[in-house]
Structures are given as structure tokens and as C-alpha cells.
Design a protein around this ligand. Structure first.
Ligand code: C5P
Length: 230
């Protein structure tokens, strides 16, 4: 059997309207580059990653310019015009599109285009922690705030015990065959781990970093730029 390889798969087919910009979130300028370019550059420079795949929508009008402006991504990144109606669908379409290029046991690291703060050391930490794992896992952060469940009037219905709670990040890393099977069977999950959990498996939680947060709202932009300019 071949030694398993590691591939990055970046779903980037969302429309991301919450930031209020007129262009999709992943193409917003952040510290002088489109958000997606930061993520692609980080994975392309990671020596443990064999190749990077990015899934965009079939009518994407931005990726060609991004790639043309980034010669260092040539040969390291392949664009797949197979985006779906949900993140889950985009990831699954991407997995099916690369079937001929990967082995069943190769690892796939799925990472949000909207988490530009990912670093080489986080990728390495995830891969070295999970390399021998039977299931796979994800970067995540232990929850430090006290959590409240609210009712429809924004009144506290319940305080949620925070011990043992983690906030899921990406990359989420699973073997190609397991991840594909899990996503085919799952119905509307918001991350890959959720699909794998539905198979009765327990993905491993690997401590990530606050800088790997998901850029979602307008005030996130300044914070993301601060980390990127560090
Ligand atoms: O919208 P949200 O920030 O949750 O999206 C997470 C990631 O999933 C983003 O990289 C986004 O581009 C991607 N996505 C996708 N296809 C969709 C919806 C979201 O690839 N239909």
C-alpha cells in the first residue's frame, strides 16, 4: 500500500452576504490580497501538502484573476468549477471531481476560504497529531465564555455547561473514502466532522488558534488584517 498523502480541499463557492460587500466574501481584499489568496498561499507553501484543490461556483468570475495574479500557485492549485448549493454539497462535489487523482486512504484537509488566519504550524500540528489516527479530526478551540441558550425574546432560557465544549474550526481532516461516504449519507451538516459523527465515529479534537477564526461580520475584517500583518 502507498503511504497516504495529504491534499487540501477549499470550498469557496459561497456568496457570503453578511459582510455587506458586493463581491463574495472569499474575494474581499484583506491585507492587500483576496481572502482566498491567503488560504491558497498557505497551503501551497506547506511541504506536507501534495496538492491543493479549490471548489468555486460554475459561474465564478473572480478566480481567474486571482490565479493570474499569483504565479506561485501555478502547478500547486487546481480550480474545480463544481460548487454546490451548500458547503456540504461543494465539498462532496469537489471530492467526486478529484476521485481519479487521489487514493482511498489519502487524507483530505477541508478548510474554509473564510479562515485566512491559518498558519503553516497549525497545518503541521493537525497532520502530525492525526497522521496515525483511525478516524481523523479537526482543529477546534476550547470554549472559554459561559454560554447561554436564548429564547425568542432574547431572554436566557438556559446556561449551557461549558466544560468539555469546543468550537469547531477547520481544517477538518479525514481519509478520502470515509469522508466521501459520510457526506453522501449525511443530511444537511455544517461541517465534515458532523457527517463523520453520524457514522458513529468520534473525530479527534486538536487544539487550534484564535487567529484561525472565520471572517463573517464586518468587524471581523480589521481583526483578520491585524493577524495577517503580524
Ligand atoms: O458561509 P460560511 O462562512 O459558513 O462558508 C464556509 C465556507 O464554505 C466558505 O469558504 C464558503 O465559500 C464555502 N461555501 C461553499 N459553497 C456554498 C456555501 C459555502 O463552498 N454553497
Amino acid at each position: 500500500m502507498n503511504t497516504p498523502r495529504y491534499f487540501a480541499l477549499i470550498p469557496a463557492a459561497g456568496v457570503g452576504t453578511r459582510l455587506g460587500a458586493t463581491i463574495p466574501k472569499q474575494y474581499m481584499q484583506l491585507a492587500g490580497q483576496p481572502m482566498l489568496a491567503h488560504v491558497l498561499t498557505t497551503f501551497a507553501a506547506a511541504s506536507l501538502i501534495s496538492h491543493v484543490f479549490v471548489v468555486v461556483s460554475a459561474d465564478d468570475g473572480y478566480i481567474a484573476d486571482l490565479m493570474a495574479a499569483a504565479p506561485h500557485l501555478q502547478g500547486r492549485v487546481t480550480v474545480l468549477f463544481h460548487g454546490g448549493a451548500s458547503r456540504q454539497e461543494s465539498v462532496l462535489n469537489g471530492l467526486q471531481a478529484i476521485r481519479q487523482q487521489v487514493d482511498e486512504e489519502d487524507w483530505i484537509l477541508v478548510h474554509d476560504a473564510a479562515r485566512p488566519g491559518l498558519t503553516q504550524s497549525l497545518i503541521q500540528h493537525l497532520i502530525t497529531t492525526l497522521g496515525g489516527d483511525l478516524v481523523g479530526g479537526l482543529l477546534a478551540l476550547p470554549v472559554v465564555d459561559t454560554l447561554k441558550r436564548g429564547d425568542q425574546n432574547a431572554r436566557v432560557a438556559q446556561t449551557v455547561e461549558r466544560a468539555a465544549l469546543w468550537a469547531a474550526q477547520t481544517p477538518q481532516m479525514f481519509r478520502y473514502s470515509l469522508l466521501t461516504r459520510a457526506l453522501i449519507l449525511a443530511d444537511a451538516v455544517t461541517d465534515e466532522a458532523g457527517a463523520v459523527e453520524l457514522l458513529g465515529l468520534q473525530p479527534r479534537l486538536v487544539e487550534g488558534s484564535p487567529r484561525n477564526f472565520k471572517v463573517t461580520l464586518p468587524h471581523d475584517v480589521a481583526l483578520a488584517e491585524m493577524f495577517l500583518k503580524e
